[in-house]
Design a protein around this ligand. Structure first.
Ligand SMILES: C[S@@+](CC[C@H](N)C(=O)[O-])C[C@H]1O[C@@H](n2cnc3c(N)ncnc32)[C@H](O)[C@@H]1O
Length: 270
């Protein structure tokens, strides 16, 4: 796999997983946007916007007088995002196909920059954070929700078939040139760049099979385990053993899952 490959891929199942993931995390996203003060008329850059589920909500918040720009290197996601926003009646948006490390952002152009589940896949976040500093207007904010500690992912009751898939995921993160638990490093870099750290919160997610939260790791492990077989980190038999065990756990009302811990930050440009 080349250093520029996006490890989670962009097929239809992954897109649907991102849609679902956005639903599970949309309360936290709206809370953060509101805390940062995003409102009518603002310009927002959604960096690593994927299929645009967050961008669509942001476009509704900033209204026709505001503007949302999405940047993502996956063209299929940008096409989907353009359609999604157009079908919701939004005209105040643009989505650019861009490798973040090669893209030059306009200076002092945005009131807000938002990222979620993006910097874990970036080998060197520093130059992008420098660009974010430059593309924000003075007093503008960068807000992110990124992984803090992926290894908090655990399922009870413990089953070796599930633990095996989680271990293979962790191995795949270790093989990446980027850092999965990138949130805290971003705080350090933002401080060095002169951002004022206005807000920091750690976000846990715990759910039982009857909660939507259960399906967050469930859909991820089901889809990504297929990729892990492709990457040679899991055998076909191990993946086949995982699926019925997961379905069995789902029937246990006393089962619960603790998801990967996230970190959210609001950093203000002076
Ligand atoms: C897990 S998805 C998250 C999408 C969206 N931010 C969300 O919250 O639903 C990560 C996204 O980052 C994009 N991405 C990863 N590395 C990138 C890079 N180097 N340049 C541009 N986009 C990148 C992928 O194409 C993918 O759409």
């Amino acid at each position: 796999m080349s250093a520029k490959t996006y490890i989670l891929g962009s097929d239809w199942d992954e897109l649907e997983r991102l849609r679902f993931q956005h639903k599970v995390w949309s309360k936290e996203a709206f809370d953060l946007w509101s805390r940062a003060g995003i409102s009518l008329g603002d310009s927002v850059l959604d960096i690593g916007s994927g299929p645009g589920f967050a961008s669509a909500d942001l476009a509704a918040i900033v209204g026709p007088g505001g503007f949302v720009m999405g940047l993502d290197k996956t063209p299929e996601y940008n096409d989907f995002a353009r359609n999604l926003l157009a079908h919701s009646g939004h005209t105040n948006h643009t989505f650019e196909n861009a490798e973040l490390t090669d893209y030059t952002l306009p200076e002092a152009a945005f009131d807000f920059v938002y990222s979620r589940w993006v910097f874990s896949w970036i080998n060197d976040p520093k130059p992008i954070l420098e660009q974010i500093m430059s593309t924000l207007k003075p007093g503008g904010s960068f807000l992110f929700q990124e992984y803090m500690h992926w290894a908090t992912l655990a399922v009870h009751p413990k089953r070796k078939e599930v633990d095996r898939v989680i271990a293979a995921c962790r191995q795949s993160w270790e093989n990446m040139p980027s850092e999965i638990n990138i949130g805290p490093t971003m705080v350090d870099e933002l401080k060095k760049l002169g951002f004022r750290i206005q807000h920091i919160k750690v976000l846990p997610k715990i759910g039982r099979p009857s909660d939507m939260v259960w399906q967050w790791p469930g859909t991820f492990l089901t889809i990504y385990s297929e990729k892990l077989v492709e990457y040679g980190l899991l055998t076909r038999e191990e993946r086949s053993a995982f699926i019925p065990v997961w379905n069995e756990l789902e029937q246990d009302p006393a089962a619960f899952v603790c998801g990967p811990l996230m970190l959210e930050v609001i950093a203000v440009k002076p």
